[in-house]
Design a protein around this ligand. Structure first.
Ligand SMILES: [Zn+2]
Length: 298
């Protein structure tokens, strides 16, 4: 079906009390595994690629355009509602490369920017994106992250309702990513504590849907509570790469492989296809946690 605008997708989630997952992908296998999960679970989904852990040289040398077009092509052939996102680009210039190449939503990774640049560049992206019917996700506050296996909150700051209200009013973003105790890049044992009351307070202060990044590390019970408190979009990246990578390693570890079957055949003996099946299972599980299962055509 045609791409669904992000505000429309999130308004549906809000009125039906669930969250849509943005499941970050990185190649055709992971992208198709994501869409397969959405179709099997009859769930809306947000697909795309992110700048935060990608080579910006590759992205800017045509990677953004290549990936956006693949996303749009696959979305058009799918039976479920899909929004495409160029997530966490590292600058206004890079975000603009994502306009008009298959993505219908955009976001910049702005953590650590000073307030003047944050407001000016986000507003400029909104103006450029809205002119071509593309939605913008903004962010205010900064997430702690796991760096080299260690919890690092040195650059982190919670989103305040006052700052959120000002930011949304000044920039005109379509949805807002918040820092409420959620953490980026979690693979190990670190358990974040999501501040549910803060989510509610921010939700009362702004008139746009709220987004939770760091979906990889947030435990299922906290995720459910966050959705109940008003989160309508959840970003997951690291965990998906972890699941896919572990499945790949397990397949390779089984011993000698027929190269023509194992690499790129798309038969069941293709190790990337098998890793994609593991990825599909994990995304379907997350869709259950987010409450989006069965919501595609409600
Ligand atoms: Zn993120």
């Amino acid at each position: 079906m045609p791409l669904v605008p992000l505000p429309e997708l999130l308004a549906h989630a809000s009125s039906h009390k669930y969250a849509v997952g943005y499941f970050e992908s990185w190649d055709v296998y992971s992208l198709q595994a994501t869409i397969a999960a959405a179709e099997a679970s009859n769930s809306p989904v947000i697909i795309g690629i992110g700048g935060l852990s990608s080579n910006h040289e590759w992205l800017q040398a045509g990677g953004i355009e290549l990936y956006g077009n693949i996303c749009a092509n696959l979305a058009a052939k799918s039976s479920v509602p899909i929004t495409t996102l160029f997530n966490e680009s590292d600058s206004l210039a890079e975000a603009k490369l994502g306009l008009g190449v298959g993505f219908n939503s955009a976001m910049m990774h702005t953590q650590g920017w000073d307030q003047a640049k944050l407001l000016a560049d986000t507003a400029a992206l909104v103006t450029a994106a809205h002119a071509v019917d593309i939605a913008v996700e903004g962010e205010i506050g900064a997430l702690a992250e796991i760096k080299d296996g260690v919890f690092d909150a040195s650059g982190a700051s919670y989103t305040t309702p006052e700052a959120a209200e000002l930011f949304v009013r000044e920039t005109g973003v379509d949805c807002l990513a918040v820092a409420v105790g959620n953490v980026h890049f979690v693979t190990g044992s670190h358990i974040p504590t999501v501040q549910v009351d803060l989510i509610k307070q921010i939700g009362e202060a702004v008139n746009v849907p709220l987004v939770l990044h760091g979906g990889s590390g947030t435990p299922d019970d906290q995720t459910r509570v966050a959705v109940a408190a008003g989160i309508t979009k959840i970003n997951v990246g690291t965990k998906l790469k972890f699941v896919f990578g572990n499945a790949l390693v397990a397949e390779i570890g089984k011993g000698e492989l027929d190269p023509n079957l194992a690499y790129g055949s798309r038969f069941e003996g293709d190790i990337n296809t098998r890793a994609g099946m593991a990825l599909t299972r994990e995304i379907q599980r997350l869709m259950d946690v987010f409450g989006s299962t069965g919501m595609a055509h409600k």
